[in-house]
Design a protein around this ligand. Sequence first.
Ligand SMILES: CC(C)(COP(=O)(O)OP(=O)(O)OC[C@H]1O[C@@H](n2cnc3c(N)ncnc32)[C@H](O)[C@@H]1OP(=O)(O)O)[C@@H](O)C(=O)NCCC(=O)NCCS
Length: 379
Amino acid sequence: MSADVKARAGLEDIVATSSRICFLDGDRGVLAYCGYDIHDLARHATFEETCFLLWHGRLPSRAELGDLHSQLAAARPLPEAILRLMKMLPPSDGMDALRTLTSALAHYDADASADTPAAAYRKAVRLTGQIASLVATWGRMQQGGSPIAPDPVLGHAANFLYMLFGTRPHATATRAMDIALTLHADHELNASTFAARVAAATLTDIHSAVVAGIGTLKGPLHGGANAEVMKMLIEIGEDAPADRIDAFIKGKLARKEKISGFGHRVYHTEDPRATHLRQMSKQLGQQAGNLRWFQMSERIEALVRAEKGLYANVDFYSASMYYTMGIAIDLYTPIFAVSRISGWTAHVLEQLANNRLIRPRADYTGPAYPQTWLPVEQR
Ligand SMILES: CC(C)(COP(=O)(O)OP(=O)(O)OC[C@H]1O[C@@H](n2cnc3c(N)ncnc32)[C@H](O)[C@@H]1OP(=O)(O)O)[C@@H](O)C(=O)NCCC(=O)NCCS
């Protein structure tokens, strides 16, 4: 593939829309939501504040934040029919289950057929509350547990961990989850957000646009990479000596295989989200008394940087961080969706506020026109 054709195939550097939501500077490693630097948000914001920021373009007042807490708490209990459907699904990939169940939620949404901006906003909030409950409940049931009712007193991150593990989470775990949700919330026109905007631009319903986002996030080149990272670390082995780690990575690179969790279409320097996830992976490892996964990740990061000049992306350290928190690997990409639902819906609302059908063109490279039609007996 020529460089030109390759760039075009990936819509590389193509500006496909205008947006007030997310600012990215890949050369300087800057990510900001509505003007707020991701480092400030990671240090100070809760996920709820981040959601409000993405949806409204400004930070909430205390009263507005209180309202959002109540709205999310009201959204979290899942319809009985959804719990029954969840039980009926065969053991399957967490993203497949999330895709099916999110689609099913549309049938029980009070605003299913309403398409006013107010109804669209209510659905954005409701889906954000519900998707967290879906993922936590699915994860719990996959481990043989029974669903746990949400606790309306808890914030979004704490409630997610509570519904997943059945115990009140430790403050460090809650903060780590809150930061992870904030870091993953939006990322401009990433593949799943673009898919959601393209769907929304046809004036389909929000659930359909979100399902398009979920299906797109699932791929290993996108959100699916975090699970692939952890599978790779386990394949290398928790007790693997340094030379075995190096040989594994060098072998993959020599075979021209991709190392999940590295590289990015936009960043040509450190992904600012990786900075925080690296710290949290270390902090949680220290707290758990097991730094092996963090240390192995650090070694791989240095090696891939030295050998290929590639930086770790958002998916690399989130893997060891979630693993250290005791979260099943199958939930890593669904947890990405628990966060990214805020960005998807923010972009869908923005798209709907100033909509035009998204319909690009293709450079035709097929057989010359016109071909002569031959009856089937003569072909
Ligand atoms: C993110 C990603 C899809 C970006 O893709 P892209 O912009 O199309 O970049 P390309 O796949 O064309 O990669 C450019 C070059 O870097 C190499 N490269 C990119 N990511 C790599 C990785 N993770 N491991 C090894 N090599 C990689 C490619 O092989 C290619 O090398 P070449 O020019 O010699 O063929 C890509 O970096 C990737 O597949 N990463 C692994 C999956 C991942 O972590 N995804 C999550 C992203 S947040």
